[in-house]
Design a protein around this ligand. Sequence first.
Ligand code: ADP
Ligand code: MG
Length: 250
Amino acid sequence: MSGNAIELHGVSKRYGPFQALYPLDLTVPYGTVFGYLGPNGAGKTTTIRIMTGLLRPTTGSVFIGGLDVHRHPREARRLFSYIPDQGYLYPKMTARELLSFVSAVQDRNSPDPKAVEAALDLVGLRAWADELIEQYSYGMRQRLMFAMAHLRDTPVWIIDEPIIGLDPLAVRMVKTWVRQKAARGHTVFLSTHLLAIAEEVCDTVAVLHQGRLVAVGTMDDLRRAAGAEDRDLEAVFLRLTAESQAATEA
Ligand SMILES: Nc1ncnc2c1ncn2[C@@H]1O[C@H](COP(=O)(O)OP(=O)(O)O)[C@@H](O)[C@H]1O
Ligand SMILES: [Mg+2]
């Protein structure tokens, strides 16, 4: 795979008078777990919805695997999987039915039963695979979202807040899954407001605050940039966002 997995060029977004994202550039190579870090309301979901082609940016363009997501949506979509923070799941279907349905739609043909069973196993839902989704807990629904994404093997994975509401076992599953993707040369772009997750699974992080990137680099880079090598990452994070706050107010 040549080039970069993901590139954002001057992407910005305004909702009416409100500037949710200021022009932003990002480059994510293949084989990386990239953490998109920021407090609630920073603009993470807005960025991700633009990256996946669901939302038009006010300015700028997004390339996935070298393809402009907004100009060539169909081709670009073959290259990535997207796990939203709140996806819709048909409540009157069972997990196995839904996975078979999604598998069939993706193939425009017939479902791939092997892929469906593998996806159920991956997220540990096999024992509940024939229960109606409306009976599932929040954590089980999140796992089912992962299973859906797993039906296809794409080089790029975009995940919005992957572990909110997950139980510890599922959190471990997600972390392992993420590292395995990167080890195979895939790219995982994940957003989170949780520093601990970024520190554990990400190679590189970007820190977003009030629609502006305040830092990009490895965890070590970040510590150095903040001039706080002796402090924990939370202190670094708080300092970076406080500096950005002071700069906007000045
Ligand atoms: N459709 C929308 N219309 C107006 N404002 C929005 C819309 N979506 C998000 N926002 C605002 O944009 C900002 C960034 O939101 P979001 O991208 O969801 O942040 P995050 O995912 O980092 O929590 C927030 O202030 C939010 O209220
Ligand atoms: Mg969000």
